[in-house]
Design a protein around this ligand. Sequence first.
Ligand code: ADP
Ligand code: ASP
Ligand code: MG
Length: 411
Amino acid sequence: MSLIVQKYGGTSVGSIDRIHNVAQRIQRLILEGNQVVAVVSAMSGVTDGLIALAHSVSETPNDRELDVLMSTGEQQSIALLTMALHELGVRAVSITGAQAGICTFGSHTRGRIKSIEPSLMKKYLKEGYALICAGFQGVTEDGIIHTLGRGGSDLSAIAIAAALKADICQILTDVDGVYTCDPRVVKSAVKLNEISYDEMLEMASSGSKVMQSRSVEFAKKFGVVFEVRSSLNHNPGTIVHEEIPSMEAIAVRGVSIERNQARVTVANIPACNSSYAARILTVLAEAEINLDMIVSNVAHDGLVRQSFTMHMSDLGRAQAALKPVLKELGPETRIETEAGLGKISVVGIGMRSHTGVAATMFQALADADIKIGMISTSEIKITVTVDELVLDRAAQVVHHAFHLDEINRLL
Ligand code: ADP
Ligand code: ASP
Ligand code: MG
């Protein structure tokens, strides 16, 4: 008998037929003698619908109330899935994040998990129930509802698997696993049999939304090995685990893209103003703007250009936050903005030991006549911005340049 924690995403429970399909999958595991905890997302489109509803009442809905509203999406799906299990004669109960003992802290709409007190889950499991748990939610020590950031049911599942010391943790979704690139964008992308936490983390945080990046961070921290696989078939998926030496054999594991990016440049900052970077970053942090790439250049005239990328939806707030400090930075200092950008990243732990990765990437983009904007690198990732209109083509040529379809098929 194994204790299996599974997570079913929005598309996997996106219709009544799909809910019955999930119920049958859980029934099969129970009949095989396993204990099952299924963490479930809201039906696809429901969370977006709830956010739209909030915005139809208020232009700036209060985050605390948004959490109260958004968390109802998952409560619908756990109740429906549990009812479907009852129809099959499976003993099952639904539980909310609070009942699962998920204690959170931090800001509303992006709460963080502080601890999990799993005694109620353990009691139900001991009594022979399958547990259907609401993803994406928890409560503070005072009982205030928090949601865990978009895609946060992944985090709920990984954290519950860690707390219950589950034998198996599976993230079930609408693709067969983690691919070398989003298969909707690169048709020749292939499924990876395995990927390291660090590669998964870099891919997730640079746009591969198949996993929420914070959930991967959590899995790495607590050593939760998990599998990403399809809820629509029984094919083996992708195992995400600690890196092993053989993983360094290939330089690039995958390509990620991210749309809806914008660039803000603060130009003409006198280089003698030594505190400019701290001042700019502080006001942007106070405005809760998530910066991604940060690049500084000093020109011959001694003036600095400091550029950042961010999600398009933060652009207006970033401009507003920077305006009051422009004069402090220098009399000629001004803001330039550019919208309609995309980011493309190549990721692989093999980059630590292989040279020429950036050269291959840039050459592939140049051959396809795609202009590169900003560049940033980490030990295992190279990211560039391009015009969003050519982003898909950029992903296709870069994927091809590293022969990702062939190399990974052989592994
Ligand atoms: P769920 O609703 O199950 O949480 P998501 O929509 O969050 O599912 O994630 C699955 C989607 O992630 C896929 O449909 C796919 O288009 C997208 N995706 C992006 N990058 C990748 C990748 N590298 N491998 C697999 N899927 C990817
Ligand atoms: N329902 C939430 C969202 O759409 C959480 C999740 O699906 O993981 O972001
Ligand atoms: Mg998801």
